[in-house]
Design a binder for this molecule. Structure first.
Ligand code: SF4
Ligand code: SF4
Length: 682
């Protein structure tokens, strides 16, 4: 039987293709209008340069966007997502073919009738089944398993979209299945059509009239649901289907770095105010993030603050900001808002304080676990710091900060101690001369000790181990002593941008006055700031990197065997691991120590669990938490079978030592710094 295309038939006295054109024009008009309104929200944001390094951005797009590299971090959910994503790519072409044929513009027909046709049609039919299985799996997972990470997500919308995708698959299966039965043979010659064949099993083979109606209706329902779907996407969280790939392409490239107070503004004095007070103070890219979030909850699932019961869920920050943005920039003018989208005076909720509470903002340790996990690179730290900048600007910060900030300002360290005491720790070290540099001096290696390494008695011991190691390896090194000021890492992440700039400028002036080849630091935070926040291209190393090269070159030989029966585990500090991707060097260094038994915790490397924060948490306790992060991390170490935690960060050490003491675990658990461990073996 010769098949007539549904769009070539007459419906209610009009040729079908007229309906096809009406559907197309109306749908595209609505779609353009919605996108234009959404674009207004993006356009309201601040500058954010994102078009550098096009080559590596394109490679990222390929691997993280098209190849979905981060998806399998959650294995089964990731596989399901990849199935649907690739199904979309393959079946999108099919939908375009169906639509354009109906319009009387069969632009894809020559391609489909070429040698490509049977290959594509086979692929298309296989993917129809794959996508159908993945959608059913997705629906059942949400309905029965109910993963905790979906809490707070827009569940109804997710069901609607999964059902819509399934409906698109089923209508095409029925369209092609009925065609198979009516034509008596495959209209897609040479293709293997498992989905269409499956549909023929439930179609009334012996009734050509019903089959013909099914053939027509499945076509029109497919086209209608395709355009409905297109318009539904930008209304809610499934906008990510359109914006996720651009979001990956435009991702932040420098981990560990913070955005400036405002892009394009050199002098803070030129700004009326700092930070984010209203939605429009976020950058346009941060607003695009809001459109792109899939609400998968992976960020919150990995967030240590959420894990210990603090009032912070990164996913909910995005959801709240997006819902607020959609309300402020509605698709249709609301009676309650004026032409600029403003509510009546006094009725507009504040972003910081009302929508996102102070406790949420201060609960974040800037550990980066959320950003590492997000499949589409949604950014949190810059947004949170921007909100902190506003709180600091309006004196909304915890009162405990005031004295610390005053100390930083007056003395260049958080303790309020005089600069002259910055070198007192070297008096305690025997047989190890330490050069205290003056302006104009020349040295091979500059050891930037920073505040805790200079003043805190426990961390001074690590500084001592470092200079001892440098001395044994015959390195020409020196420290800045009274000329050094705190790098300002904590200050910047507290949101005190002005004070950070002051500390940075003072340090930069000193660093420019001395000739050196490279810098090493004790503290991953200082390392991160010198490397990523400071404007000069220093060769900065964390001590773990530097000492590994000394061992590899044979300049330092760890020969004394560790005789204890201790089982060690290495805790990746956030600012060494996630923010700077230094995972292997500390482990290699540990493995070079004779007699050391090393086990890995379940959460290690880029999934490391924050110790509680080397940043503001030192000066601000969050009351609303079930347990401390350090307690939870110690639990993880014990579960791995370790009784010694090795750290490479002074703040991790402080937090773990305190947690072991307050938990009464001194007989069962210990903590040691990597440098101290190394020096005990040479
Ligand atoms: S940076 Fe860390 S603490 Fe902050 S929201 Fe992300 S995962 Fe949570
Ligand atoms: S921010 Fe990323 S990880 Fe978090 S819910 Fe959204 S898409 Fe998922």
């Amino acid at each position: 039987m010769h098949l007539i295309h549904p769009a070539a038939k007459t419906l209610l006295g009009m040729p079908g293709f007229v309906y096809a054109w009406i559907i197309l024009v109306v749908s595209l008009a609505f779609f353009s209008y919605i996108i234009f309104r959404r674009y207004r929200m993006i356009r309201a944001g601040q500058k954010d340069p994102r078009l550098d390094h096009i080559g590596s951005r394109s490679l990222d797009l390929l691997s993280y966007g098209f190849m979905q590299k981060r998806q399998p971090r959650y294995l089964w959910a990731g596989i399901m997502h990849i199935m649907i994503f690739w199904g979309f790519i393959v079946l999108g072409l099919r939908s375009i073919d169906l639509v354009t044929e109906g319009l009387g513009l069969p632009i894809l027909r020559p391609l489909m009738q070429s040698g490509f046709g049977p290959v594509y049609n086979t692929l298309k039919d296989v993917f129809e089944l794959v996508v159908l299985i993945a959608c059913t799996w997705g629906i059942l997972r949400r309905a029965i398993v109910k993963p905790e990470r979906y809490r707070g997500s827009h569940q109804f919308e997710a069901y609607v979209v999964l059902c819509l995708i399934s409906f698109l698959m089923i209508t095409d299966m029925f369209f092609e299945g009925s065609a198979l039965l009516l034509a008596g043979s495959s209209s897609m010659a040479g293709a293997w059509l498992p989905a269409s064949q499956l549909a023929t099993l439930v179609l009334p083979e012996s009734d050509p009239g019903v089959l013909s109606a099914i053939h027509s209706w499945s076509y029109w329902l497919h086209v209608l649901s395709f355009f409905f779907f297109l318009n539904f996407l930008p209304l809610g969280k499934h906008f990510h289907i359109i914006t996720a790939l651009p979001n990956v392409f435009l991702r932040k490239r420098r981990k560990g770095a913070l955005k400036p107070a405002r892009w394009g503004v050199e002098d803070l004095e030129d700004l009326d105010y700092l930070g984010v007070e209203k939605l429009e103070d976020f950058t346009w890219k941060h607003i695009l993030d809001l459109f792109s979030c899939t609400e998968c909850g992976r960020c919150t699932d990995m967030c240590p603050a959420d894990a210990i019961g603090r009032p912070l869920s990164p996913k909910m920050i995005t959801i709240k900001l997006r819902d607020y943005g959609y309300d402020k920039f509605p698709l249709w003018k609301k009676a309650s808002r004026d032409a600029n989208g403003k509510l009546e005076e006094g009725h507009e909720p504040k972003i910081v304080g009302d929508l996102i509470t102070d406790d949420e903002i201060w609960s974040c340790t800037t550990c980066g676990a959320c950003e590492e996990e997000c499949p589409i690179f949604i950014e949190y730290i810059d947004k949170i710091i921007d909100m902190r900048r506003h709180l600091i600007e309006t004196s909304g910060n915890p009162k405990t900060f005031n004295q610390v900030l005053m100390h930083f300002e007056k003395t260049g360290n958080p303790f309020g101690k005089p600069a002259s005491k910055r070198t007192e720790w070297i008096d305690e070290i025997e047989d190890t001369p330490v050069k205290v540099l003056k302006k104009g001096d020349d040295v091979d290696l500059l050891y930037f000790v920073d505040s805790y390494g200079s003043y805190d008695p426990r961390i001074q011991a690590i500084s001592g181990a470092i200079v001892k190691g440098l001395h044994l390896a015959g390195i020409d090194f020196g420290i800045l002593g009274p000329l050094e000021k705190d790098t300002g890492h904590q200050v910047r992440r507290m949101g005190e941008e002005g004070l950070f700039q002051f500390l940075m400028e003072e340090n930069m002036e000193t660093l420019k006055s001395i000739r050196f080849n490279r810098i090493i630091t004790t503290d991953p935070h200082a390392f991160n700031t010198l490397k990523n926040d400071y404007p000069a291209p220093f060769k900065v190393f964390h001590y773990s990197q530097f000492f590994l090269t000394l061992i590899e070159k044979g300049r330092l030989k760890p020969t004394n065997r560790l005789t204890t029966k201790d089982i060690y585990t290495y805790h990746d500090p956030c600012y060494l691991g996630r923010h700077n991707e230094i995972y292997d060097e500390p482990r290699k260094l540990l493995r070079s120590l004779p007699g050391l038994q090393l086990v890995e915790m379940a959460r290690s490397r880029d999934r490391s669990f924050c110790c509680g924060g080397g940043d503001i948490i030192l000066w601000h306790e969050i009351e609303n938490e079930d347990m401390r992060m350090a307690d939870k991390r110690i639990q993880m170490a014990r579960e791995a079978g370790a009784n010694m935690i090795v750290t490479a960060c002074p703040f991790c050490l402080i937090h773990f030592e305190d947690a072991i003491k307050t938990g009464g675990l001194e007989d069962e658990m210990g903590v040691v710094d990597l440098m101290e461990l190394l020096i005990s073996t040479v």
